[in-house]
Design a protein around this ligand. Structure first.
Ligand SMILES: CC(=O)N[C@@H]([C@@H](O)[C@H](O)[C@H](O)CO)[C@@H](O)CC(=O)C(=O)O
Length: 306
């Protein structure tokens, strides 16, 4: 039996940390990892959507993971997303992640070409084979990847004993139940949409990985604690508060991650740099009121609920 306790909890999707010149910043990566560690999160999900992985080179992603591991190794669960949209580079990152000592690697399906399921399975199994002593987590995010984790593809992947879980970012909460039912007792399913954390946990998610956890970790940690105690009624208003903030952040002209980084800068005095183009930076005029309003809402919600 696999021990999945390391996956049970709140796992922020780690933001890409850049220096002023837009290059990867190891120093800021470590400051951010230390901050999350001190907040008490279960782990971090590195190099995913929030990590802006598709805008980074293989070398940059390696450097970022190495810097993070200096802080996180042995102290929190590290899941490294290694997909690169071609098998060779993904395998290189998978092998590197295993060498760094991560708890698991994860991968989206190949994007752009809509490949048949046998090709997607081959891609994932090749990546997994490059990290033979490491758990493999399937990242199901059909609205961005363009390919969904169907049950037939899921069953094919379950033949690989290293497949330990699904990070489920599809919108139907029912998908979590389907993967839980067929994945078995020692199989971890992570809730993906932050707006549905309470629902995802209620239907059986073991843990949760989210792009907005970093900007208001206290709220999600509280939701997780309450839900695990069966106190869903108490968790619901916190979810509503978080959702209102997410909607506001997402309605800015700047990209969600740019806005989040700006809020973190103001709330915690931690500078994670900007986002990479083509993601839009914060619009200093148009976004200002919403940024201040979201910041205020976060402060109030944290004071009220945590
Ligand atoms: C479609 C999407 O980006 N989903 C996000 C959510 O956390 C999302 O940002 C959040 O629910 C706000 O909409 C995550 O599932 C992505 C994620 O965790 C990651 O890899 O960074």
């Amino acid at each position: 039996m696999r021990d999945i306790t390391k996956y049970q909890g709140i796992i922020p999707a780690f933001y890409a940390c850049y220096a002023e010149d837009g290059c990867i910043s190891e120093k800021r990566t470590q400051i951010w990892a230390q901050y999350l560690l001190e907040k008490g999160v279960k782990g971090v999900y590195v190099g995913g959507s929030s990590g802006e992985c598709i805008y980074q080179s293989v070398e940059e992603r390696k450097r970022l993971l190495e810097a993070l591991m200096e802080v996180a190794k042995g102290k929190m669960t590290v899941i490294a997303h290694v997909a690169c949209n071609n098998t060779k580079d993904s395998c290189e990152l998978a092998a590197h992640a295993q060498k760094c000592g991560v708890d698991a690697i994860a991968s989206i399906p190949p994007i752009y070409f809509h490949l048949p399921e046998h090709s997607v399975a081959q891609y994932w199994n090749d990546i997994s084979a490059a990290a033979p002593d490491t758990d493999f987590i399937i990242y199901n995010i059909p609205q961005l990847a363009g390919t969904a984790l169907t049950m037939s593809l899921f069953h094919e992947m379950l033949k690989n004993p290293r497949v330990a879980g699904v990070k489920n970012s599809s919108m139907p909460i029912q998908d979590i139940q389907m993967f839980k039912m067929d994945g078995g007792k020692d199989f971890a399913v992570f809730n993906g949409p932050d707006e549905q954390l309470v629902g995802g946990l209620a239907i059986g998610a073991d843990g949760a990985i989210g792009g907005t956890y970093g900007v208001m970790p206290e709220l999600y940690l509280k939701i997780y604690e309450l839900c695990k105690n069966g106190e869903y009624e108490k968790a619901r208003p916190i979810q509503y508060a978080a959702d209102e903030i997410i909607y506001e952040i997402c309605s800015c002209r700047g990209n969600m991650y740019a806005v989040i980084k700006e809020i973190i800068r103001r709330r915690e005095g931690i500078d994670l740099g900007d986002v990479r183009k083509p993601l839009a930076s914060v619009d200093r005029k148009l976004d200002e009121a919403k940024i201040e309003s979201s910041l205020q809402k976060i402060r109030e919600a944290v004071a009220k609920f945590s």
